[in-house]
Design a protein around this ligand. Sequence first.
Ligand code: HEM
Length: 173
Amino acid sequence: MFYHLAKDPSQVDKLRAELEPLLNGKTRLDQKDIAKAQHLNGVIQEALRLHPAIPSGFPRLTPTEGITVSGTYIPGEMTVVLPVYAMQHDEENYEQAEEFVPERWYSRPEMIKNRDAFLTWNIGEFGCHFWENNKFADRQPRHERLHRPRVGHHRDARSDDALDPELQVGPLR
Ligand code: HEM
């Protein structure tokens, strides 16, 4: 995040313009202020998009009987991985995908072509608990969507409901 701010000082100006009125004489922002800080939330989200903490993706085992995901049959006992870095840098999912554009997360939603292509926290019941409890801004609708699919963890993906056949991940390639 600081790399992008250092590279583009206009982003720092935007942050200052947003945060100074919210500080309003206080020395630090509280949780309520942070929820109102759209640009700050966009900056964090955009840094997490371009630099996901686990870029390679998360291995999952398919159930013994196999599974069909978005029309593609995958045999049982296979390890499948969603390539997080590639998805989050793909022009099919994000306009100007290689650019740092925090505004796409609040005032320029048309720059996000596929909202499900954000996997920094992963999805499903084993996704990050921190995200579950500390949504940065008010993104409840998206948060609900993120947690609806039940994708099994590599530790126990063989349970009956580990992989949701209705999970829409787009064409496998
Ligand atoms: C930028 C910060 C963070 C990122 C990007 C991140 C991302 C992730 C990812 C990708 C997973 C793996 C999910 C999976 O295997 O499907 C995970 C798991 C987890 N994270 Fe985070 N995390 C962050 C910070 C935190 C923090 C601060 C906490 C706790 C206070 C936390 C608690 C957990 C827990 C408990 C799990 C395990 C969930 C499970 O296996 O059931 N994370 N996180």
